[in-house]
Design a binder for this molecule. Structure first.
Ligand code: ZN
Length: 542
């Protein structure tokens, strides 16, 4: 047998090309995506390439042609989103090149012409196959080398990789060392209040709204005050990201020890957001309520897995389990040719989760005899901007306000205005919150209600080198607390940070004697380094 023929007959490029987008997405998300998430997208996408290849081979009766068409199809399908993003700001005359209307036909026609030429050619395609094989090997080698350098280039990253794989599961940190156990003096006969903790993600403080968005939110703030909420006018979150801020609030403590334990360069979010043991799910506030016989309900979780809390008795309004739970698959799919539909579909799901949370919250206490701690983390007014002021569904990038009210914008720039849309979504959050609060107070005047955000906004903010103004905008948060009795309200102050919120709640109503911690505020907006903290306390408090 001729060696040359044997060599040329090997076809592997479609499978390497199909694997390429998976590892390319991983390479820019190391630490955010766990290695085990590779399995599912690889099975689906590379398996899909294999099936597609088998079918075409059967139809064309030619393996090389079939393979080249599969490779062409996968390149076109998965490069679509990248080309789209690259051309997003480019336009020729009035035609915006980065739009589905223009790009989809171009991509489909290119695939049609390419496949036609491959099918019709009389050549044996040995050379073409070798060349494409070689190119696919080079691509994969380069990208794997890049991942290797990124992931294993430093000791901390190596630790993080094994950590997230759970190979050394005994290394999973025992963070209880850092958090105080506490006793509470509540007797069986005490009728304990239901406690509602509602996080409106990314809701800015009123002075920030005035300064940066030229919007006066006094109507909502006055409503809260009128319902006897204490609204802290100089409130700050302790960290600038949800993933650090919320675990700190829910554990009533700073989480900087994670930087000491794992190193500032660690990229793993597991200690914060890990499914069972992360500080978000496995937190001291819930443990305290449980120890006092409370039922715990988690309502509304857009982020993955965060509804799966071993400590919660009930979890409502979360993303149902589906393919896109795999973050790697989700990201790969969003940059593909069907990305547009996936985005619209996931926005719709997010709308439903948010509406569901407002719907369910006032009903929770009726499900139990016991007192209830209802914790709701609602992704509003946080991006994506998917609601109009009255809850109308909005597609990000397409201004519903303009579509519905063209007369308001005659002669002005009617393009998508991100600040305008943000304010629309914020006003919808206000409307829903007002209804919710009134419903809770109508039936359970003795409840404790906390409306708080985990951080403020970040319009025109320099993440890596923030100005004092940026720090102020991002870390100023809305913070409104309703205590049913007048006496405990006296402890609430204008200057406060989220870390003390539940210390105050437990001291005021549950007979604990937590120390009130000194306020510290940290900037951490490096998504790749969740434990890199810069102390900005002196910028904000003096
Ligand atoms: Zn947040």
């Amino acid at each position: 047998m001729n060696m040359e023929i044997k060599k040329n007959s090997k076809i592997f490029h479609p499978f390497l090309i199909a694997f390429f987008p998976i590892i390319a997405v991983y390479s820019v998300n190391i630490g955010l995506i766990q290695l085990e998430q590779f399995i599912f997208p690889t099975l689906i996408i590379v398996g899909g390439a294999f099936l597609f290849f088998l079918c075409l081979k059967y139809v064309l009766k030619n393996a090389k042609k079939a393979a080249l068409i599969v490779t062409l199809a996968f390149i076109i399908f998965f490069s679509f989103g990248h080309v789209y993003n690259m051309l997003n700001q480019v336009s020729i005359g009035d035609i915006d090149l980065g739009s589905n209307r223009i790009l989809l036909p171009i991509f489909v026609i290119s695939f049609g012409i390419g496949s036609f030429l491959i099918v019709r050619t009389k050549r044996t395609l040995d050379n073409a196959t070798s060349i494409v094989n070689t190119i696919s090997v080079v691509f994969i080698t380069v990208i794997i080398a890049m991942v290797g350098i990124e992931a294993f280039g430093c000791d901390e990253c190596l630790i993080q990789q094994t950590y997230s794989l759970g190979i050394f599961s005994n290394q999973i940190m025992d963070s209880t060392l850092y958090f105080e156990e506490h006793s509470f003096s509540v007797s069986e006969s005490d009728s304990l209040p239901n406690v509602y903790y509602i996080i409106l993600d990314g809701y800015p403080r009123n002075d920030v709204l005035k300064k940066h968005l030229d919007f006066d939110n006094s109507e909502f703030i006055d409503f809260l005050k009128q319902r006897e909420f204490y609204v802290a006018e100089n409130s700050y979150s302790n960290y600038s990201l949800s993933s650090t801020s919320i675990p700190a609030t829910m554990n009533m403590n700073y989480i900087n020890f994670l930087a000491d334990e794992l190193g500032e360069d660690s990229r793993s979010y597991d200690p914060l957001l890990g499914k069972d043991f992360g500080l978000y799910a496995d937190n001291q506030v819930i443990k305290n309520f449980k120890s006092m016989g409370y039922k715990v309900a988690k309502i509304g979780s857009v982020p993955m897995y965060l509804h799966e809390m071993p400590l919660a008795d009930l979890s409502l309004c979360y993303k149902s389990i589906h393919l896109m739970d795999n973050r790697l698959f989700d990201t790969v799919a969003r940059t593909s040719m069907i990305g547009y539909f996936i985005e619209r579909w996931s926005e719709d799901m997010q709308r439903q989760i948010i509406l569901c949370a407002f719907e369910e919250l006032p009903k929770i206490s009726s499900y139990y005899e016991e007192p209830v701690f209802a914790w709701s983390h609602i992704m509003i007014p946080h991006f994506p901007l998917i609601f109009g002021a009255d809850g109308e569904p909005v597609t990000p990038g397409e201004s519903l306000l303009v579509m519905n009210n063209p007369h308001l914008f005659e002669g002005t720039d009617s393009s998508w205005n991100i600040k305008q849309q943000f304010l629309q979504q914020l006003q919808f959050a206000n409307k829903k919150s007002i209804k919710l609060i009134d419903k809770i107070l109508e039936n359970e005047k003795q409840s404790i209600i906390i409306i708080q955000s985990d951080h403020g906004s970040a319009f025109d903010v320099n993440l890596h080198d923030p100005t004092d103004d940026d720090v102020h905008q991002r870390l100023s948060n809305i913070n409104a607390i309703y205590f049913p009795d007048e006496k405990p309200r006296e402890i609430l102050m204008n200057d406060q940070t989220n870390v003390n919120t539940f210390r105050i709640v437990f001291n005021s109503y549950f007979g604990s004697d937590y120390d009130i911690l000194e306020d510290k505020i940290y900037w951490n907006l490096s998504f790749k380094k969740p434990f890199w903290f810069k102390d900005v306390t002196s910028v904000l408090l003096n």
